[in-house]
Design a protein around this ligand. Sequence first.
Ligand SMILES: NC(=O)c1ccc[n+]([C@@H]2O[C@H](COP(=O)([O-])OP(=O)(O)OC[C@H]3O[C@@H](n4cnc5c(N)ncnc54)[C@H](OP(=O)(O)O)[C@@H]3O)[C@@H](O)[C@H]2O)c1
Length: 400
Amino acid sequence: MLQSAPVTDLENVTFAHPKKVSIFGATGSVGTSTIDLIKRQPNQFDVDVLTANTNAGELAQYAIQLKANLAVIADESKYQELQDLLKGTGIEVAAGESALIEAAGRPMDWMMAAIMGSAGLRPTLAAIKKGTTVALANKEALVCAGSLMMQEVRSHHSVLLPVDSEHNAIFQVLDEKQSSSIRRIILTASGGPFRCTPLHQMKEVTLEQALKHPNWDMGAKISIDSATMMNKGLEFIEAFHLFPVDQEQIEILVHPQSVIHSMVEYRDGSILAQMGSPDMRIPISYALGWPERHCFDQETLDFTELGQFTFEAPDLERFRALGLAKNALKTGKSAPAILNAANEVAVEGFLSKRIGFLDIVAVVDKVLEKAEFIELRSLEDVFYQDAKGRELAREVIKSF
Ligand SMILES: NC(=O)c1ccc[n+]([C@@H]2O[C@H](COP(=O)([O-])OP(=O)(O)OC[C@H]3O[C@@H](n4cnc5c(N)ncnc54)[C@H](OP(=O)(O)O)[C@@H]3O)[C@@H](O)[C@H]2O)c1
């Protein structure tokens, strides 16, 4: 199934100056990188909302530094703590999931969607429904709700700016007006910390080893997803929804240096790549400044020091997550939502040391075997399937 081309008339999007921005997931890895960039150019941005899950201390600190209007904490038990920390600052405080959704629906120019996991879906959709330009880091939302979410983007004339370095790279080099000329999209992958680890040793890897990504400094969940390569599987699904290509036109290529962030090949044989240091502030800066390019003083890449770029095919036997994700997309219906939910629960199980590293993908595989996929006709169906996938994953983990 080919996704329909241009989502919004990008040339007609304009912003107020300063840009009114909000960061959902402000205390995370993507959130703090976004804050770092905003602090470098305070006159360009007017910060409205900052959110976190449980980390009231950091949320309050950032809200004060950025002179935010509202700070929202998802965990209601942290409301009083946040309230006390922000007393006398004039910054409004709110807590709970409904407060998060309400805050996402406030009038704003730009929102960073950097909540981890499918918990980000409702607030992201609330912003989309207001026509807000959304910088999307939260790939799980798109994996779960795929076509339904893209339909909302179209009908509300919202813009999704991909923040994942690979999708941001493709966004930069893909000419939507020439979508019929695209031969393929090449999604690059670092291969993660276990790119060269034999399968029998992968069984024994520790949490600390799995969290240690060779090139990127990221939150815990995405670091584990990178180690299993489920991250690339989720990105495969994400690319399918974001860009006007068929599944067969998306290829995964391991490029351990993480300098070429992805490529687009056109039918005349030209291949356009976007390159840069493995620093998330580069794609975030692009999304923050879009449609202009803001200045971000990254150290210039020294190609002579890099020496060489290498490429290899992904090993589908050691990294079974890739096959599971591709199959889920091919199966369609609610399979990607179930895959994502099972993976979130399994990663949590590994992070809390209840299951081993190879069990993560085994849990996802078992859940996909057991689940009955349904057609996703509404967002309620998505949330129902997300809950179902989680329930099945918990049962599978118990049986281990
Ligand atoms: N990190 C990267 O380099 C990178 C690159 C590309 C894409 N992404 C994507 O960006 C998203 C965020 O990744 P990250 O690495 O920044 O994650 P992270 O460091 O774990 O941060 C997650 C953020 O979301 C908040 N959060 C977590 N669960 C929540 C919930 N149930 N309700 C509301 N807020 C919640 C956290 O608040 P607390 O701090 O209070 O827990 C934190 O602010 C993920 O979807 C990831 O795949 C990340």
